[in-house]
Ligand binder design. Structure first.
Ligand code: NAD
Ligand code: UDP
Length: 325
């Protein structure tokens, strides 16, 4: 490795954050994982706790904190609809105040800072697939707005700190990502379908199941955001990171049934408000600027995820912390 960095990962105990911490620790960096454990738990990073180059801080990003680091991966934010709608006011505070606090730290330390933004900033898209130049179709007053508008505001803050204060920023728009360590009760489609299948429950399809998503395996995603952090300073993004393979939700359900070998029934439930009808990243920019594209096909990634779900004790996972205020 060329250089050892002091790296802060906010939301570092979460699904993506814990995998990122693992990769950075293995590379020899000094890693600080900061998390308030709203949607995660220490078990996600317990295997890193004894390492001399890993440190865990319980902290809420809406409050200031003073650390000295070279790089910040800013991931702290609930990401699943059921989690971010649990306390919508706290969700938007986390995006906005959390970003201000972390950008302030980046400015003070001269650190490079990457925002984990989202495909949700495109809302229910009228342009398909979605390139970074598309400005989106978000309902600012709907139940998803606390997350979508929070992340849009975070992108604005990142750009303004870049233009006004010359903070060295990166913006990544992450599309639906799945894999081991997803919270089994987060209500996201992949975790729901796998948990339902392996516990002999019916599989719940919201709406007619013709809506689409494009699913990226966790390892591909983490490789993409690492490349973005370390790319040349003349490319700050935003850049889409996701897998362009597009599937209907019904196709996903059928694949989960095939791979788990169960005979679960598909049952339909009402479609949640403002649920995007289709979504698929245009990754032309990531390919050109980062030489990145996903490698893991959905079938292979799902098989690994199913294996992990079968290996965990579901009773050890709890719903979001009730005092998330
Ligand atoms: P996650 O819920 O597993 O991780 C989020 C982490 O942030 C959790 O550990 C949670 O406890 C922590 N957190 C929440 N509020 C906090 C606060 N106020 N202070 C400190 N920590 C806080 O979700 P994830 O899928 O790992 O998502 C990580 C990031 O990637 C999020 O910013 C999310 O918006 C973004 N993202 C994820 C996806 C995806 O499909 N997984 C898609 C788009 C964007
Ligand atoms: N979905 C579903 N059944 C479930 C959970 C989700 O049909 O048990 C649908 C949901 O309505 C949406 C898609 O799957 O159309 C993806 O939902 P998820 O919550 O994973 O992510 P997002 O909507 O944020 O992309």
């Amino acid at each position: 490795m060329s250089q050892i960095n002091r790296i802060l990962v906010t939301g570092g105990a979460g699904f993506l954050g814990s995998h990122l911490c693992e990769r950075l620790v293995a590379e020899g960096h000094d890693v600080i994982c900061l998390d308030n454990f709203f949607t995660s738990q220490k078990t996600n990073v317990v295997h890193l706790l004894g390492k001399p180059n890993f440190e865990l801080i319980r902290h809420d990003v809406t409050l200031p904190i003073f650390l000295e680091v070279d790089q910040i991966y800013h991931l702290a934010c609930p990401a699943a609809p059921g989690h971010y709608q649990y306390n919508p006011i706290k969700t938007i505070k986390t995006s906005v105040m959390g970003s201000i606090n972390m950008l302030g730290m980046a400015k003070r330390c001269g650190a490079k800072i990457l925002l984990a933004s989202t495909s949700e900033i495109y809302g229910d898209p009228e342009v398909h697939p979605q390139p970074e130049s598309y400005r989106g179709n978000v309902n600012p007053i709907g139940p998803r707005a606390c997350y979508d508008e929070g992340k849009r505001a975070a992108e604005t803050l990142f750009m303004d700190y870049y233009r006004m204060n010359k903070v060295n920023i990166r913006i990544v728009r992450i599309f639906n990502t799945y894999g081991p360590r997803m919270h089994p009760y987060d209500g996201r489609v992949v975790s729901n379908f796998i948990r339902q299948a392996i516990t002999g429950k019916d599989i719940t399809i919201f709406g007619d199941g013709d809506q689409t998503r494009a699913f990226c395996y966790r390892d591909d995603l983490v490789e993409g955001i690492k490349r973005m952090m370390n790319c040349s300073n003349d490319f700050i993004g935003p850049v889409n990171i996701g897998n362009p393979g597009e599937f209907t939700i019904r196709e996903l359900a059928e694949l989960v049934i095939e791979l788990t070998g169960v005979s679960s029934k598909l049952v339909t439930k009402p479609l949640p408000a403002d649920d995007p009808t289709r979504r698929r990243p245009d990754i032309t920019l990531a390919k050109a600027k980062l030489d990145w594209q996903p490698k893991v096909p959905l079938r292979d990634g799902l098989a690994k995820t199913i294996e992990w779900f079968k290996s965990i004790d579901l009773s050890h996972y709890r719903p979001p912390t009730p005092n998330y205020v």
